[in-house]
Design a protein around this ligand. Structure first.
Ligand code: PLP
Length: 369
């Protein structure tokens, strides 16, 4: 069976096998990782190794802190403004789909000033706003965007700002970039130094649900609002090694196994990038070459991780999904808000899965199209 679920997503088979081997007895210690104190030397070693491997994979500069939190990416929609707007200013947003809209709504809900700095709404979210059209407010304290909109299948092909100067307001003040990378982190190399804050729910390319990764530039730890819960406080979490309270230990351990897999089995993020490029190119070529399937996204903004497509006749949706499932191709139904199909091609989805999907799609079109 191949799993194309958008999240929680497939995990690499070698990771699950290793976790099974170690489930009852972690390296001869006589207990499961799940049963260990988060303050025990064994678990602290697991936690530190995971962070070190992630730092190596993404080449995270030393002036960034890596936090292993809970609450999902959705809690970051609230935590980011609470941590970055303590000295005033407004949160600026690029709106390119459902997740970015939720991020803006949460900041607004908490009473923070928000500003729309760019949108893809005019194009029906088929093309990201052009860099020249990004309009920062004069009081912008950060710019938030969603690198890859998981539902719409719309992915940025650039990082706002420039490698030399970052992103700046008209008055020259630097505007840190905040990026929701939930559905594309670790899909390829990334220049972390371009960002102020990166966050991602784990359940796509990192590990199981329940863990949320935050990477934050350390000078930004001083901008938090005065009265926030310590569990929501980046600085408190950074000072406590993400252990202000009991962290999601088993999810952290599994994320560490995924990082090891990326390093040793895949050979790093450049190698992962090449695999992901091949997978996406093959599936989009099949869609574009058919009369039955279509995808509306502008070519440079087509998501490599989430490929939504519709059938020319919606009455074929159900037979398509039923037959796909019989063929062992699971979770191809599109998000309930948009319908159609969506194949998520996260890191753990092997190239053979894409080949099987393409063969099935061609065969289905021949018979039913
Ligand atoms: N942001 C993006 C881009 C997502 O794809 C998702 C979930 O699919 C979320 C945020 C919400 O994540 P969580 O369920 O971890 O809160």
């Amino acid at each position: 069976h191949y799993n194309f679920c958008a999240g929680p997503a497939a995990l690499p088979a070698p990771v699950l096998e290793r976790a099974r081997e170690e489930l009852l007895d972690y390296q001869g210690r006589g207990l499961s990782v799940m049963e260990m104190s988060h303050r025990s030397p064994e678990f602290v070693a697991i936690a530190e190794q995971a962070e070190a491997d992630l730092r190596e994979l993404l080449a995270i500069p030393d002036n960034y802190r890596v936090l292993f939190l809970q609450g999902g990416a959705s809690l970051q929609f609230s935590m980011v403004p609470m941590n970055l707007l303590g000295q005033g200013g407004s949160a600026n947003f690029l709106y390119t789909g459902i997740w970015g809209k939720k991020a803006l709504a949460e900041a607004k809900h908490l009473g923070f000033p928000v500003q729309l700095s760019g949108s893809s709404e005019d194009s029906g979210h088929t093309r990201v706003p052009a860099q020249v059209d990004i309009a920062l407010s004069s009081d912008a304290a950060y710019l938030h965007y969603t690198a890859n909109e998981t539902i719409g299948g719309l992915e940025f092909d650039y990082i706002p700002g420039t490698a030399q100067g970052g992103l700046r307001r008209a008055d020259g003040v630097e505007v840190p970039l905040v990026c929701d990378l939930s559905s594309s982190i670790l899909s390829g190399p990334l220049d972390v130094s371009r960002f102020g804050v990166i966050y991602a729910g784990a359940q796509k390319n990192i590990g199981p649900a329940g863990l949320t990764l935050v990477i934050v530039r350390d000078d930004l730890l001083e901008r938090r609002c005065e009265r926030i819960p310590s569990l929501f406080d980046y600085r408190a979490m950074a000072e406590a090694g993400s252990m202000v309270n009991t962290p999601p230990t088993f999810a952290w351990y599994l994320a560490g196994l995924v990082f090891q897999w990326l390093k040793h089995d895949i050979g790093g993020l450049a190698a992962m990038d090449a695999v992901n490029a091949r997978k996406a190119a093959r599936l989009y070529a099949t869609i574009d070459g058919s009369e039955l399937y279509s995808n509306p996204i502008a070519l440079p903004n087509r998501s490599r991780m989430n490929v939504p497509f519709v059938l020319a006749d919606a009455r074929l949706d159900k037979p398509f999904l039923d037959e796909a499932e019989q063929a062992g191709l699971l979770n191809l139904k599109g998000h309930r808000s948009v319908g159609g199909m969506r194949a998520s091609l996260y890191n753990a989805v092997p190239e053979a899965a894409v080949d099987a999907l393409i063969d099935f799609m061609a065969d289905f079109e021949k018979r039913r199209g």
